[in-house]
Design a protein around this ligand. Sequence first.
Ligand code: IPE
Ligand code: IPE
Ligand code: MG
Ligand code: MG
Length: 323
Amino acid sequence: MPFNSIPFKTTDQAVHTLPEMNLVEDKLHRVLAGPDNVMTPMGIHLLSAGGKRIRPMLAVCAGRCFSPLTPEMVTAAASVELIHMASLVHDDVIDHSPTRRGKPSLNALWGNHPAVLAGDYLFAKAFGLLASSGLVNCLNLLVETIEDMCQGEIQQAVTGFDPDITEEEYLERIHKKTAVLLAASCKLGGLAAGAEDNILEALGEYGRSLGLAYQIIDDILDLTGQSAVMGKPSGQDLSLGNITLPIIMLLRDRKHVPLLETALAGRPAKILEALHSSGALLEARKRAQAHAEKAKASLSGFPASPYKDILQSLPDIALNRTS
Ligand code: IPE
Ligand code: IPE
Ligand code: MG
Ligand code: MG
């Protein structure tokens, strides 16, 4: 399949038509569908499922704010998407999830064993891309990022079903499992553009705040969204014992604790009602809005450009997304 026939499901037209993203898509295509080996059918399946490509877009836009397009930027952008894909493939195995990006997950089609190894393969491909381009600083940053992501996922696994989890613990967890990769995506773009340290710091701050907002919205959508729109199952977090921000907001009033117990036992109707009527969902959304505002403010020192405009618009797109 040619790369430009892959469905590219972003919610914003400016982002959708960013020409640099065709080069990233091309690179992903060459990595995943190029060499004909045992991984190729899974690679083609992953490509055909698309995805919003937020992380490579961040890398490209961050880089383009400060430099003309370079091959290193495209490489960095493709590598962060490969890391993201790897983490989703593993996440779907861990969560026994049957769908991803509107298609059956790799574990659903090939089984857990090949899916875990396919995730490992994607990590290896990401490292290979950076190493073969001599992008050692990008490689180091991504390795640190993956360490954090693993820690965040492990933290989630060991704190599952705990009604006493605090907002701070939740923030620490989503910082590690999600925000660090968005921050790294921005910083990789900046590194590929040769940006200075203060710029890299601002890019990291932007990506981190955007990432926190992004995961809070994902957690809200898990409770309120439609699986057909999201392309992945809704209601998964509660069924897996993953206590997210809306629930933490609800449990500030301890009278709701029995509702959580009922929900964790597989009957979520009452807690969903309480999440709406108590204002807990709204509270969680306000937290996401605050992080989105902080993300936008981090860009204040950047020179005006269409790429800065996209970065400026992404936090609002993240807040309003339905998938
Ligand atoms: C899903 O990420 C996992 C989270 C960190 C919330 P995305 O919502 O960016 O997923 P794709 O790449 O568009 O499928
Ligand atoms: C994000 O968390 C997963 C990763 C960071 C890999 P979720 O478990 O909420 O992601 P989805 O909802 O399955 O996409
Ligand atoms: Mg999941
Ligand atoms: Mg989720």
